[in-house]
Design a protein around this ligand. Structure first.
Ligand SMILES: [Zn+2]
Length: 261
């Protein structure tokens, strides 16, 4: 393999119900198949949280809804530890428990929070008092935070609130969203961008991002299995506008550096 590939933004699962592919009838959804897809695409390691897109049942608290996802994440680590680096999900409604959960993941060698996906987890800011308390602790412990962006100002404030926490914003997108990602990465040394979701299909996007913020702050991400892993891999590996060294940083070296692996 010419490049080692670490997918910083994926959503692994063990149980088929947590496979978030939106065309589930078209694919094989077993956890084994997830690994096989990684093999087919030449991906060495996938990072990220187990996510459920199901609506939270009314009789459950947010934490009761989320806890099984974290349990599943650690289960996957046990089963496929050399291929999957799961992220922990935290929740602003449960400060103490979220902090304990960070410790539980750290004890299992995991220093990654998220991707946090606020819009399926019942809140819309990463800057509430409770979230700040949890993220202050995360920062102290040297965690890395992966987030689905909230609104532009909220994301700026998040970076400002936790200057020593590495924060990776997903989905570079285009137009104003792209510009705000770039400005944020220039202004805050702790802000990185992962390539998952919208943006990469626009010709020149990754090159422009490298020009603006430097290849050191860009991480390869796919959002697999919601997005097509092969398309994202090829979108970087075969991008004729990037140098070999830039590809190496984006595809694996940066993730290794920030996750200390
Ligand atoms: Zn995602």
């Amino acid at each position: 393999m010419e490049f080692e590939i670490i997918d910083f933004h994926a959503h692994p699962y063990e149980s088929e119900k947590n496979c978030i592919c939106i065309h589930p009838t078209a694919i094989k959804r077993s956890a084994n198949e997830f690994i096989k897809d990684m093999d087919r695409c030449g991906v060495n390691l996938c990072c990220g949280s187990v996510v459920s897109l199901d609506k939270k049942p009314e009789n459950l608290s947010w934490w009761e809804h989320i806890k099984p996802l974290n349990d599943e994440a650690l289960e996957i680590k046990k089963l496929y530890g050399d291929r999957i680096f799961p992220g922990v999900t935290i929740h602003p409604e449960s400060v103490e428990t979220s902090i304990e959960e960070i410790d539980r993941f750290l004890a299992n060698g995991i220093n990654l929070i998220g991707e946090l996906v606020w819009y399926v987890q019942g809140y819309n800011t990463y800057c509430s008092k409770n979230m700040q308390t949890i993220l202050d602790y995360a920062s102290e412990k040297g965690m890395v935070l992966s987030v689905h962006p909230t609104d532009y100002d909220d994301m700026d404030k998040l970076c400002e609130n936790h200057p020593n926490l590495i924060i990776v914003g997903a989905h570079p997108s285009e137009n104003e969203a792209f510009i705000r990602h770039v400005e944020r990465a220039k202004k805050y040394k702790n802000y990185y961008i992962d390539l998952s979701g919208g943006g990469i299909y626009r010709y020149g996007m990754t090159r422009r991002l490298v020009n603006e913020i430097g290849a050191e702050k860009i991480l390869f991400g796919s959002d697999y299995p919601i997005c097509n892993l092969q398309m994202y891999v090829d979108g970087v590996r075969n991008d004729n506008l990037l140098t070999k060294e830039e590809k190496r940083l984006i595809l694996s070296d940066n993730a290794k550096r920030i996750l200390k692996i």
